[in-house]
Design a protein. Structure first.
Length: 277
């Protein structure tokens, strides 16, 4: 069975010692590899790193923000997630939104609510090979603060088990990827348990996987740390997950009903966020 901690450390090691030097839009510079896959067996515990503290609140907040079709900064910042502000200010936007990013595309892709369609397909046609959601809408790209980094995901169901595979074009391995792993792990848990299925494999298909040059020492520090037992996701009993009623309305839970039990990581490792010009 594949553990996300081992997969993440393997990816970091490959970039550190075999990655190629590559320039980037921020001017910081990176070491990178291209076209990698990571996996996690959900029966081993919730996929969140223990070698450094990762904010589960940030992953949970951003997922609920997307699921509810929101694109505003207010919801994120009211819930303690402030890392989008520098890119917003760089973009020149003045409407306090990130433009038609993830939530807009998941819930209103040219008039199509992809999430409603997905949940309905899970219920009525679980063997479909069309259970996917895309955030990559070329018609809206110029209005976005940033084009989607994680741009799509697909669901696979067999023998009562649900797997989820997400695709990502650009992967900030030290700062961004840990949140993406936990966010899609949470999405898999919510979709599976809301459909009376067992969460199975979480799979990430990753494009440009990079460590910024000012994150290399931090990555080495992470590798030196031993890893701890993964926590468990705790969902308050009786809450609705991502469920569809007869009127095609989705029920999205409140974040206070979604928590981790026994998360005991090593301290966070500080690293500077790179922002483009």
């Amino acid at each position: 069975m594949t553990n996300i901690e081992n997969e993440y450390e393997r990816l970091i090691s490959e970039i550190l010692y075999r990655g190629l030097d590559k320039s980037d839009r921020t001017g910081t510079g990176t070491k990178s590899v291209f076209g990698r896959t990571i996996r996690h067996d959900m029966s081993l515990g919730f996929p969140i790193l223990t070698g450094k503290r990762v904010s589960f609140n940030a992953a949970r907040t951003e997922l609920l923000w997307i699921l509810n079709g929101r694109t505003d900064l207010k919801y994120l910042e009211d819930n303690g997630v402030k890392y989008w502000r520098p890119d917003y200010e760089r973009s020149g936007r003045t409407d306090e939104t990130l433009g038609p990013v993830y939530g807009k595309q998941w819930r209103d892709f040219n008039g199509v609510d992809q999430l409603v369609n997905l949940v309905n397909a899970i219920r009525v046609n679980p063997h479909s090979r069309r259970m996917l959601v895309s955030a990559w809408n070329p018609a809206d790209m110029d209005d976005m603060v940033l084009p989607p980094c994680h741009y799509g995901f697909q669901i696979y169901i067999n023998n009562g088990v649900m797997d989820l595979m997400w695709q990502q074009r650009s992967v900030d391995v030290f700062l961004g990827l840990p949140y993406d792993i936990s966010m899609y792990g949470l999405l898999l848990e919510m979709l599976a348990k809301g459909s009376n299925l067992i969460p199975g494999q979480l799979i990430g298909q990753l494009g440009d996987c990079h460590l910024y040059n000012n994150h290399l020492e931090q990555a080495k520090e992470y590798r030196r740390r031993p890893k701890r037992v993964l926590p468990q996701l705790y969902l308050n009993s009786g809450i609705k997950l991502i469920e569809l009623n007869d009127s095609s309305e989705l029920f999205i839970p409140n974040k206070d009903n979604i928590n981790l039990k026994n998360y005991n990581p090593y301290p966070a490792i500080k690293a500077e966020l790179s922002v483009g010009n």
